[in-house]
Design a protein around this ligand. Structure first.
Ligand code: UD1
Ligand code: CA
Length: 454
């Protein structure tokens, strides 16, 4: 059996009040439609079709480079019409799963159960009971409980509107059924649309069994129509992630105040204070403590490191037992060996710093290689950029860089060398040497301060 997934994403989403197509709005840092695509990939689908229409060009650009087949629905004539646009590209013997680009949190396990039904030649339909079913298509069942039709809210009579089991829109079925039924749809209904939901009555007529299944949670099938719903879903999603972390042995100061936009992998006994944001792939070793208001993106933080408040760490690798911040900024290419200390108002970029070295205050260390046990004084700047090219600063083991030193790269400071405070270095300093490169102090005896003009 082959599996082909059709993701409907042609609708306008006018209630988002946005120039961005609805399905491009982000949940946990990722466009909603991308959540759906990634979920479909986890099902090992043989082909993925996305039906685009409104904002087609923006979507085409955003989805470029992914193994997807795009079908354009020029006019939004309904969900049945939308699926029909993808149908010519779908293999005749395939099982087809229909997903919605604006239902981002549908879970693979729920879909697997539907696919299983469809693989038997039946229709797997995802339904849910809602306290308030207003607006949704209602599930009509026979006396013996078989699903026999779906009636859209706008077409339903009062008795049908009282039904609380609704269509989530998600279903799986053999492609050959779609080939038979889609051409038979009519738009003779309250919205003048070709409803995909009308195929359920056709299945019943043709003796094809419709098996209704329910999702693991209501949020899985929650669609997003406006930004309030998007934010509600975001909070639910973040809460789930926070709970998973806690159950894995992470202490969160407040599970309502952590945002994970990507994948956060934590070893045991990590503790995370409030208002931290994690983006991309972040790995955190055991015993790490992260202070409040930190932002950590695509980084690895080795065991027993301490990240103090308000630090920003992006594209960095910290071997372990690092002490960072408060108010530190580690930029991409920062590699810190064991026990390195980066203090307040220090920025690092493409900086490889060996074990035991310290850059404690108010410095910029970019394009640099620093040896072991180096002390970099307050206000030290690597002048790595001449306006055109970037150059390297190298500092040997055990060197001492005095405060307020400008290291004009390319430049080298040897092992155990000392640089006097306030120096502007443009030439290499040899091992063990003292370099002082600043104006000599001169004292003027008997100096008279200016007096106020009358
Ligand atoms: C649809 C279902 C309804 C179900 C509800 C669940 C139909 C006729 N109705 O109603 O039974 O309870 O979803 O949320 O299927 N789309 C297109 N092209 C179109 C029309 C829609 O791509 O021509 C896409 C939209 O972008 C959206 C999805 O299909 O992602 C659903 O469309 P929408 O108009 O929201 O359907 P509902 O009226 O909510
Ligand atoms: Ca909808």
């Amino acid at each position: 059996m082959s599996l082909e997934v059709v993701i409907l994403a042609a609708g306008q989403g006018s209630r988002m009040k946005s120039t961005l197509p609805k399905v491009m709005h982000r949940l946990a840092g990722k466009p909603m439609v991308q959540h759906v695509i990634d979920t479909a990939r986890r099902l090992q689908a043989d082909a993925l079709h996305v039906v685009i229409g409104h904002g087609a060009e923006q979507l085409r650009e955003a989805l470029a480079g992914q193994a997807l087949q795009l079908a354009v629905q020029e006019q939004q004539l309904g969900t049945g019409h939308a699926v029909a646009q993808a149908l010519p590209a779908i293999a005749a013997e395939a099982t087809v799963l229909v997903l919605y680009g604006d239902v981002p949190l549908i879970a693979p396990a729920t879909l697997e159960a539907l696919i299983h039904v469809a693989a038997k030649g039946q229709v797997g339909l995802l339904t849910v009971e809602l306290a308030d079913p207003t607006g949704y298509g209602r599930i009509l069942r026979s006396d013996v409980g078989d699903v026999v039709a779906i009636v859209e809210h706008k077409d339903a009579d009062a008795a049908q509107r009282a039904i609380r089991e609704v269509n989530t829109g998600i279903l799986a079925l053999p492609a050959r059924c779609l080939r038979e039924w889609l051409p038979r749809l009519s738009s003779n209904n309250a919205q003048g649309e070709y409803y995909l939901t009308d195929i359920i009555a056709m299945a019943a007529e043709d003796g094809v069994r419709v098996q209704a299944q329910q999702p693991g949670s209501e949020q899985e099938v929650q669609g997003v129509n406006n930004r309030v719903q998007l934010a509600t879903l975001e909070r639910w999603y973040q809460r789930q992630q926070a709970e998973q972390l806690m159950l894995q042995g992470v202490t969160l100061a407040d599970p309502a105040r952590i945002d994970i936009r990507g994948t956060l992998c934590c070893a045991q006994d990590v503790s995370i204070d409030i208002n931290c944001v994690f983006e991309g792939n972040v790995e955190i070793g055991s015993g790490v403590s992260i202070g409040p208001n930190c932002m950590i993106r695509n980084s690895r933080i080795g065991a027993d490191s301490v990240i103090e408040a308000n630090s920003v760490i992006d594209g960095a690798e910290l071997a372990g037992a690092a002490q960072i911040g408060p108010f530190a900024r580690l930029r991409p290419g920062t590699q810190l060996a064991d026990g390195v200390k980066i203090g307040n108002f220090v920025e690092t970029k493409k900086a490889k710093i060996a074990s035991g070295s310290k850059v404690n205050h108010l410095s910029y260390i970019g394009d640099a290689q620093i040896g072991r046990n180096v002390n970099v004084g307050a206000g030290t700047i690597t002048c790595n950029y001449d306006g055109v090219n970037k150059s390297l600063t190298e500092i040997g083991d055990g060197a001492f860089i005095g405060s307020n030193t400008a290291l004009v790269a390319p430049v080298k400071v040897g092992a155990e060398a000392t640089v006097g405070a306030g120096s502007t270095l443009t030439r290499e300093v040899g091992d063990g040497e003292l370099a002082v490169a600043r104006a000599k102090q001169s004292n003027i005896k008997g100096w008279k301060r200016p007096t106020k003009r009358s």
